[in-house]
Design a protein around this ligand. Structure first.
Ligand code: E4P
Length: 224
């Protein structure tokens, strides 16, 4: 499964992408607002740090303006994926941009029917929002299972299931169990994926025992 980071915070992106474990980035207008950065500049900067796809979302709601915005965003860097909302105008825009060779991430997906439409419109990614469905009293992972099952019926289909609105490690692991292609993960959740108290305790014990041996793997520095 690919890991994208769900943030527009360049400092976070730089630190986390240095792990070599980050395959892309997703942003949305709320995340851009949180970052306090000028949008177009932020997209250029993020694209320069992460070689994988960087989703940048249009903010118009009508097809013509969405298309103009999408083309402008796509021109910012070769790794921009244009993000459009799952509306009639959004999918019309997706169809045109995809035809022009621009990868499109269709966002705000809350049903399998919507995911079917996005695939038909040539989306590179469909973004079902699991956390927001959980918040609304449904099980977001049921939707992921349904979309993965439907898409698997059509092996020629290129649309990837990008699990969005991830709230914790459990969402990431469950998405992987279901065979989702991508999870877009908030920085705090990505950090939490690394952690386990037994890892910390085990490492401390190994290092304490190693210290007792007085050995060093690398040659010891000559005393100054
Ligand atoms: C990413 O593509 C989505 O915009 C994001 O995951 C939404 O997350 P939220 O529901 O926590 O705002």
């Amino acid at each position: 499964m690919k890991f994208f980071i769900d943030t527009a915070d360049l400092a976070e992106i730089e630190v986390l992408s240095a792990t070599g474990l980050v395959d892309g980035v997703t942003t949305n207008p709320s995340l851009v607002a949180q970052s306090g950065r000028p949008f177009l500049q932020a997209v250029r900067e993020i694209c320069a740090v992460v070689p994988g796809p960087v989703s940048a979302e249009v903010t118009a709601t009508d097809h013509e303006t969405m298309l103009a915005e999408g083309r402008l965003l796509a021109g910012l860097a070769p790794n921009v994926a244009v993000k459009v909302p799952l509306t009639v105008d959004g999918l019309k825009t997706c169809k045109v941009l995809a035809g022009e060779g621009t990868p499109v991430n269709v966002t705000l997906c809350f049903s399998a029917g919507q995911a079917l439409l996005a695939a038909k419109a040539g989306a590179a990614y469909i973004s079902p929002f699991v956390g927001r469905l959980d918040d609304a009293g449904q099980d977001g992972m049921d939707l992921i299972a349904e979309i993965v099952e439907i898409y698997s019926q059509y092996p020629g289909l290129k649309t990837e299931v990008l699990v969005a609105s991830v709230r914790g490690v459990k969402h990431v692991v469950e998405a992987a169990c279901l065979g989702a292609d991508v999870a877009t993960i908030p920085p705090a959740v990505l950090r939490a994926l690394f952690e386990h108290p037994l890892t910390d305790r085990g490492l401390a014990a190994f290092l304490a025992d190693w210290e007792k041996t007085g050995q060093s793997i690398l040659p010891k520095q000559a005393a100054e």
